[in-house]
Every structure is written in C-alpha cells, then in structure tokens.
Design a protein around this ligand. Structure first.
Ligand code: GLN
Length: 478
C-alpha cells in the first residue's frame, strides 16, 4: 500500500513515530496525481511547490518535538468554491477564471492552522450547480472506480481525489447533496454538517440558506478528524451557531448497541435501484444484529422535496449571482459595447455556463412580482412541513437510515441533455439541506463493482450519533 492510500489517522500515527515525513506523504500524493490525474481530472489547480513548502515546515516542527494537531502534515484537497488567499478560486466558472482571493475562507484558515497541507483546488459543477461535475470549465471529473462514469457532483473533484489517493482528505460543500452524492458514487465517506456548524465565511455563495462545508475522506474516523478542525462558531458568519464544539473523534468510541433507527417508507419506493435497496437491507440487518433497534417511520412530505429545493435554490442563486457583473471580479467580455448594461449582458452571457443561466432565469422568475406567492412563498411553507416531518420522526428515533442516491453512478454525458433526470438524482439528499439537518454517506458495498452509499441522518447538531453509527458499521463490515 502506498502512503497516499493510507488513512489520515494512520499517517498521523506514523508521523508521530517518525516512521514517515509529511514531505514523503505529500510526494506520494503528487506521484498518484501524475499517474491518474490526466484521466480523472479531479483538480482545477494544484500547488506542488506550496504543498511541499508547507510539508517541510511541518516536518521541522515534528523534528523539534512540537506537539501538533492530528491533521498536521496530512495532504488535503479543497473544493474550488472555498476562497484561498493567493490561490486562484474559480468555482468551476469562466466568470471567475482569473479570480485570486485576498483572504481565506474560515474553514481553510482552520485546516491551515492545524497544519494540513493543501494540495490544490478541486473540480466542481459551476457554482455547485449539478450532480455530476460535468458543468465545469475544465470538463468532467471521472469516477476513479470506473472512468467511463461520472464522479457525482457538485464536489466530484473532492470525492474523486480522496477516493483515488490524489489526496488523503478533502473539503466539499453541500447545498442539496454535493458532499454525500459524489461520496456515494466514488465510495468515500462524506458528511454534511448541521447548517451553522461550520462557517460559510469565504465560501462562494450558491444558495445561502442551504450551503454547508463538510469533510470527505476514506473512513468515518478521518471525517471526524477533519470535522474537528473546521467546526465551530465564527463571528464572521452570522448564521454560524454559537454552540460548544464536541470532540467528534471521541464520539466514535461509544457502542452502537441500544440506538434506535428509523427507516422512512417514502424513501424505499419505485425508482430506487433494486441493487442499492438490497445493499441497504444488508446493512440494516447487520446493524440490527448488533443491537440497533429498527422501526419504520414516515416523512409524508418527501415527494415535494425536489420541487421545493429547486425553487428555493434557484431563487437564492439568482440573487447571489447578481454580483458577477464584469466589474468586481474575474472575467469581463471584450465584445464591442456602447454602455454598461451591454457590458453586463455580454459578460454574463459569455461568462456563465448553460446550467447556471437556466437557474438564474428560473430563480428570477419565481421571485418576480406575480409569481412570488405562487412559487417562492409556497415553497418556503412546504419547506417548513418537510422540516416538521423530520422533527417529529427524530423525537422517536436517534437517527434515520436511507439510500444516498436512487441510482448507481451513470455514464458521462448520459443525463446532460435532460436536466430533470439530473435533478432527480438528489431526491434523497435535498430534504436535509431544506431542514438544516446533518447527514453522512458511507459505503455499504457494491453492485456490479460500483459503490453504494448509505445515508445516515441525525438530529440538529448531533453529528456525533451518525459518526458513531457510521464508524460502528465500518468496524462490523471489515
Ligand atoms: N445537485 C444539486 C444542485 O444542482 C446539489 C448541488 C449542491 O449540493 N451544491 O443544486
């Protein structure tokens, strides 16, 4: 096994025993990048020089015998939606092609403070809009498990990097499933924390009431480690929750016996791939055999989730993306223009991709006078009903189990001509963003060699229980 295939925690132990240096780990990751990146296309930008410099600094501290955080010296990939000071941040878009932030997102500052080594910025659907990482200026990311298939999206670059050894850990963002869904497709573990658990400061906004930053890794333990670093209150984000931060690694030590899990009947219906269903059934049986009580629950408003999500997400996006006008950031059209309105039009027409334009139009429409009440306001009301369903169910169970996706990873290009089909891939993930709840996708086996994701949903600010169950399940499975 190469160094780049090991877990962050096992590398952290080796670093402490002086069996390896951060430089050696980082070089191993870059060797893997040289071997596979041409095909996988996980990164928009890599920074080998900067990464090795960071690694050497950490190695010096280890040599001096300094007591460093567990993340120190571990190579990490960052989704290109998080601002990185001095490193180009494109959000997968032509309109930000030349944007170099002057500050770090809080999550980036936190991992740097803990000594993580930043390898580069990962590929993504433009502004996070997509489920396959095909809507990017640099083209699609390929699934490391089968390179004919999509990696999922929008954090497909982060999941593919963590899955292939092109990084040990990765940061993603999740507005409607973008951490969990690519994790399901690439066989990684991905956690969307509770809304407010991780600061959104410096995260380029897609839909502000839904966006969350979270960890992607190859084990539940590694995700807990990265969540320990990025979680916590931040006065620079007014929606960040001022709550004590638990030790998520400690939470893994508790037994899963005696916990109660709910299976929502609305998630196991027509449209769910039968192979996925049987893997989830197997996982549920294994948990049950080991002391988890399983009960059926109902989340009756589930059928509205995708529609509500695409109304609210596009409405917020249309407003958030109004700032890209050719004046403040990045790209400006050099078409012949007579006035500023024409300049805005030309810049936005050339700078945004098809899917982003579709969403700006949809969002502007649902917010317009005359349609606001019928679409946006109604969607907000149903959003409350969806959240109430979860609140009610989670009074009687400790967590909820569902598939992460209704389908297995699909072929590159297969769903590009049919946006509705693409939107339906998010059917099991969007409700959590609408409700603000934490959710994690972990691998629960394969169907025809392709990874299947199981989603564990927790109570608000109770990431500990889903991490504990996920870790317990990983131990039972191995
Ligand atoms: N696929 C969903 C969308 O396109 C979710 C994306 C995300 O979570 N960023 O909106």
């Amino acid at each position: 096994m190469e160094l780049c295939d090991k877990s962050a925690l096992s590398l952290a132990a080796m670093l402490r025993k002086r069996e390896v240096t951060s430089r050696e780990i980082t070089e191993s990751v870059f060797k893997r990048i040289e071997e596979r990146e041409k095909t996988i296309n996980a990164y928009i930008t890599t920074d080998k020089k900067g990464a090795l410099k960071q690694a050497d600094q950490i190695d010096k501290k280890f040599l001096k015998g300094e007591d460093l955080p567990l993340l120190a010296g571990i190579p990490l990939a960052v989704k290109d939606i998080l601002c990185t000071k001095g490193i180009r941040t494109t959000c997968g878009s032509k309109i930000l092609d030349t944007f170099v932030p002057t500050y770090n997102a809080t999550a980036v500052d936190k991992v740097l403070k803990d000594g993580a080594v930043i390898i580069g910025k990962t590929n993504m659907d433009e502004f996070g809009m997509g489920s396959s990482t095909e809507n990017s200026i640099i083209g699609p990311t390929r699934n490391p498990v089968d390179t004919q298939l999509v990696a999922g999206g929008s954090s497909g670059g982060s999941a593919a990097a963590a899955s292939s050894g092109e990084a040990i850990l990765a940061l993603g963002t999740d507005t409607g499933g973008s951490i969990r869904q690519p994790s399901a497709f690439c066989g990684t573990v991905g956690l969307k924390p509770t809304y407010g658990r991780v600061s959104r400061y410096g995260v380029i906004a897609y839909a502000s009431s839904l966006d969350q930053v979270g960890p992607i890794g190859r084990t539940v333990e590694d995700c807990a480690l990265l969540l320990n670093s990025i979680a916590g209150h931040d006065k620079l984000d007014s929606t960040s929750a001022d709550l004590p931060k638990p030790d998520f690694l400690q939470a893994l030590k508790k037994d899963i016996k005696g916990l109660k899990a709910g299976l929502p009947k609305e998630y196991f219906i027509e449209g769910l791939d039968q192979g996925i269903k049987s893997r989830i059934d197997d996982a549920v049986k294994l948990l049950e055999k080991n002391g988890v009580e399983i009960v059926e629950i109902s989340l009756p408003h589930t059928k509205y989730a995708v529609s509500v999500y695409y109304l609210i997400a596009t409405a917020e996006a249309s407003s958030n993306l109004a700032r890209y006008d050719g004046v403040k950031y990045g790209f400006r059209s050099d078409a012949e223009i007579q006035d500023s309105i024409m300049m805005y039009e030309a810049t936005r027409s050339e700078g945004f991709g098809t899917e982003v334009k579709r969403r700006i139009m949809l969002g502007t429409y649902v917010l317009s006078a005359g349609y606001y009440d019928a679409y946006y306001l109604k969607a907000q009301k149903i959003r409350s009903l969806i959240k109430n369903d979860f609140d009610k169910a989670l009074k009687h169970v400790d967590f909820i189990i569902t598939p992460t996706t209704p389908c297995l990873p699909f072929k590159i290009g297969e769903k590009m001509s049919d946006p509705l089909q693409m939107y339906l891939v998010d059917i099991y993930t969007v409700s959590l963003n609408l409700s603000g709840l934490p959710g994690m996708s972990i691998n629960c086996g394969n169907v025809n060699g392709l990874p299947v994701g199981m989603q564990l949903i927790g109570k608000a600010f109770d990431e500990e229980t889903i991490l504990r169950v996920g870790h317990g399940y990983e131990m039972l499975k191995s």
